[in-house]
Design a protein around this ligand. Structure first.
Ligand code: SF4
Ligand code: SF4
Length: 346
């Protein structure tokens, strides 16, 4: 593999194995629903995709959805991934997780689980998930996971509504025994499009990132920020260059990729633009990943526009291409949540 492509080698790939889900979350990217979609890939098709990505040594695949446990073959897929040398993890909202399910997942080779928790109380979380009892369900699942000795993390989508609860959610994650607290910055796509007003103002967002940096210093568990690439900028501006800690901006289309329930290769699940379809190209992931013109554009930060185009931190942060796209219609435009100020070139 040439040096240029080596630097974009996928290390983390999300597999949207289904769009089915029993919940009805306000911010759902996948716009998931109860009924099965007839365009969902089959067991054999997902296996062919795993064969195709197995060449990337130590690649982690996230079985996600929708709700991945809605698939009857989820254990078979996890087991197959592991047999191909992939590191398999799962993202779930927890309603199908109990002690017996955890034993089965563990035996199938699932190494870690992420749970979505969007409030420190049942009131906030259940309102977000539009499902009474969702909070109790996920807390129960997290406790069972800890008891089973399986590593897990808590994912929290930050909006205006739960902003003030972030320290309490982080503390709850610690108490539950999570290995990582992982806040996500809202990208209003899918059903999230209906909650655009929940996006933080740039000043509010800058303040949040500074508070997250403080929290990171005091929280006794790991903390990562996803889809808030400006966190990498804030980290450098605060001169927190700790040895062996590398905080990156957006990895979509670089170290991270997404494969939709139809087999479309995307930068991430929030930017609904296909770089190519795996069914149509005979399940050759590398051919799409290495040669797509769209991915080439995303990787070329010199083509970015607006504030991102003139920003000294563009290689550190890159802005969120999905937020740019959903808010302006142009994925190369500036990220609308950024509090950009001109700085000396880094
Ligand atoms: S484009 Fe945005 S939503 Fe997608 S991975 Fe990058 S930061 Fe996250
Ligand atoms: S202007 Fe763009 S690249 Fe610069 S910090 Fe903001 S989002 Fe990141």
């Amino acid at each position: 593999m040439n040096k240029h492509l080596q630097s974009y080698r996928p290390r983390l790939l999300a597999f949207e194995v289904t769009r089915r889900c029993r919940f009805n979350c306000r911010h759902c990217r996948a716009d998931a629903e109860r009924a099965a979609q007839n365009d969902e890939l089959s067991t054999e098709q997902w296996k062919r995709i795993m064969d195709s990505v197995a060449a990337y040594e130590k690649c982690v695949i996230i079985l996600t959805g929708g709700e991945p446990t809605e698939r009857e073959d989820i254990l078979e897929l996890a087991r197959y991934g592991r047999e191909q040398g992939l590191r398999v993890v799962m993202a779930t909202c927890g309603y199908a997780i109990d002690e017996a399910a955890l034993t089965r997942l563990h035996e199938a080779g699932v190494l870690a689980i992420s749970y979505s928790l969007d409030g420190a109380t049942a009131q906030t979380h259940d309102a977000f998930r539009r499902t009474p009892g969702a909070f109790d369900t996920v807390i129960k699942a997290a406790k069972a996971t800890r008891k089973a000795g399986i590593r897990f993390q808590i994912n929290t989508t930050i909006t205006r509504t739960n902003l003030a609860e972030i320290p309490a959610i982080a503390e709850l994650a610690r108490q539950l025994g999570a290995a990582v607290f992982n806040p996500f910055i809202l990208v209003p796509t899918g059903r999230g499009d209906e909650i655009r007003e929940e996006i933080l103002e740039p000043d509010q967002y800058a303040q949040l990132l500074s508070e997250l940096l403080d929290l990171r210093g005091t929280l006794p568990i790991d903390m990562r920020v996803t889809c808030g690439p400006q966190y990498a900028r804030a980290y450098r501006e605060a001169n927190l260059q700790e040895p062996r800690v590398h905080i990156s901006g957006c990895m979509g289309g670089r170290g991270f990729g997404f494969i939709s329930h139809r087999g479309d290769v995307q930068t991430c699940g929030f930017l609904d633009i296909t770089a190519g379809n795996l069914v149509e190209n005979g399940f050759d992931f590398a051919a799409i990943w290495d040669k797509s013109t769209f991915l080439g554009e995303i990787r070329d930060v010199t083509s970015y526009k607006g504030k991102c185009g003139e920003c000294a931190y563009v290689r550190v942060c890159g802005g969120c291409r999905a937020r740019a796209y959903t808010m302006t219609g142009d994925y190369l435009a500036e990220d609308p949540v950024c509090w950009y100020e001109r700085r000396e070139k880094k």
